[in-house]
Each structure stands twice: as C-alpha cells, then as structure tokens.
Design a protein. Structure first.
Length: 155
C-alpha cells in the first residue's frame, strides 16, 4: 500500500517545552500512516522530552550555534546534513523559522517539504526552500495548528 511506509522528518529547533507540542502531530501522522517512520530533528539536549516516545524512530540533534568553535560547528552541521540527506524522506516538516531550516530543507530536496511562514522570511530564498509554506499564526490553538500542517500536504 502506498500509504504504509512513508518516511517523515519533523524539525523543531526550540527548547524543552516546545517538544511536547509536536506529539499531536506525531499522533496524527501515525493515525494516517500506521507504519510510517518518523524521525525528529531537535536541539541537542531537548530530545530527552521525547526519549520514551516509541513512535519516534530516530532523533537527530543540532548543536546550538554558540556551543562550539566555528570549525567544529561547520563540521557538525555538514555531518548532520549528510545524515539527513541519506534518510530519503518522503515528507519533511520544518516548524521553526531559522535559516538553518531552509538549508536543511534544500538538502533533502527529494521530500515534500513544508516550512513556516514568517513576516521576516518573505524572500525568494526562503520561499523556494519549501514546497509549501504554512502560516505560523492563526486563530486556532497552537496544538491544532501543528496538526493542521498536514492539510498542506493534502492528507
């Protein structure tokens, strides 16, 4: 079945409390695709919040920009990009507006990619980094907005 074995990346580079906000999105993906593989990309140290979530296949940790020397940072970023690229995701959902997200998105260009809209990110580079840009704000509760993201993929 086409809907069975899809690969998803959910990227959220925020802090501990924000990690809980992606669990409804994970639940919705698993309801729609019970055999989906879901990986997450989060800041180093924040993955602990999701550690016992059996629905998550793999966790990738991005280092904070101030955490290490410039050369080490570049090396770790390249290594992370290569690791993400080899996963061959079907869908990638980028939930924050850092420039890193646009770069990660461009590197995994085979996936259907969704990014967050932001008044500060209206340039061509940002817009062309994603297949779909969804609004960051809305009248819905933040948990509902996270699951509505899937509508942009026409699920």
């Amino acid at each position: 079945m086409e809907r069975e074995n899809k690969r998803f990346l959910i990227a959220l580079l925020r802090f501990h409390g924000d990690m809980v906000l992606i669990t409804p999105l994970i639940s919705t993906i698993k309801r729609l695709y019970p055999h989906a593989t879901i990986d997450v990309l989060v800041y180093k140290g924040t993955a602990k919040v999701l550690l016992d979530d059996y629905r998550i296949n793999k966790t990738y940790e991005a280092h904070l920009s101030s955490e290490t020397s410039f050369l080490k940072k570049i090396y770790k970023e390249i290594r992370l990009c290569l690791d993400l690229k080899k996963e061959k995701y079907d869908y990638a959902i980028f939930l924050t507006t850092q420039w890193r997200m646009a770069l990660f998105s461009r590197l995994i260009s085979d996936a259907k990619r969704a990014g967050v809209g932001d008044p500060k990110r209206r340039g061509a580079f940002w817009k062309n980094s994603f297949d779909v840009i969804f609004p960051e704000v809305g009248d819905n509760h933040i948990l509902e907005r996270k699951t509505l993201i899937l509508n942009f993929f026409r699920f």
